[in-house]
Write a protein that binds this ligand. Structure first.
Ligand code: MN
Length: 239
């Protein structure tokens, strides 16, 4: 049984040790809580990866329809493997043929605060209450384990409570841009600035590629030049 407790715990332990021995990449939580990130990931199927930083890893769920502020909605959330902390800021392309091949944007991020005294125990028991303070998501959420699906992955529901942040009919797809770059998945896929190789150690998994996005200052300098003069853009200069 692929999800036997012993094996699962061992895998978690491996991920945890891995994350600890890798170079810490800004893994420290802010004073107000732990980090969370939601990445919009177009792999074989579109989904949103909902990740909570806990004990040195990103505990993760794949949410096909995305999180919502709608208190009447229950979003299916499939528990997937922990990810290394280094992945939290990743935006770019996972090469096709590699695990999770497709494009990824940082759809939302911020801090989360557990309501339960021991969040790791609450997760083990199958119900976690927490508050999010992100750029899109805010307020009280609950993750509830509902059982196993057709695969060996645990199925959970992600719910938003009725509170001052609740918004009936709120749909993640109506808010498609990255909070990191302002870009859409299409724009990132067309000119990614980074690739992710999940088979490498976490500290070496991200590979910068291509040109950095052109800045407003660089564009203004180009305008000011007219037809003559040397130009420099994204670190490159004219002859
Ligand atoms: Mn994913």
């Amino acid at each position: 049984m692929a999800d036997a407790p012993g094996r699962k715990l061992r895998r978690y332990q491996e991920m945890r040790d891995f994350a600890r021995t890798a170079e810490p990449a800004g893994g420290a939580a802010g004073p107000a809580g732990h980090r969370f990130v939601v990445q919009r990931h177009r792999a074989r199927r579109l989904h949103y990866d909902f990740r909570l930083e806990l004990d040195g890893v990103l505990v993760s769920w794949a949410v096909p329809k995305g999180p919502t502020l709608d208190p009447k909605a229950r979003r299916l959330a499939v528990h997937v493997e922990d990810h290394p902390i280094e992945y939290a800021d990743f935006e770019g392309v996972i090469p096709s043929g590699e695990y999770g091949g497709g494009d990824v944007i940082v759809w939302d991020r911020g801090v989360w605060r557990p309501v339960d005294a021991d969040p790791a125990a609450a997760l083990e028991d199958g119900t976690l209450h927490f508050d999010l303070d992100g750029e899109k998501l805010a307020g009280r959420f609950v993750l509830v384990r509902t059982g196993r699906g057709s695969s060996d992955k645990e199925q959970w529901f992600l719910l938003h409570k009725q509170d001052e942040h609740a918004h009936t009919g709120w749909d993640a797809e109506d808010h498609p841009r990255s909070v990191k770059s302002g870009r859409t998945n299409d724009e990132v896929a067309a000119s990614p600035t980074a690739l992710w190789h999940g088979d490498r150690p976490a500290a070496e998994a991200e590979e910068p590629v291509g040109w950095e996005p052109v800045s407003e200052d660089e564009l203004a300098a180009l305008d000011a030049l007219g037809a003559k003069g040397k130009w420099s853009v994204a670190g490159r200069s004219s002859p």
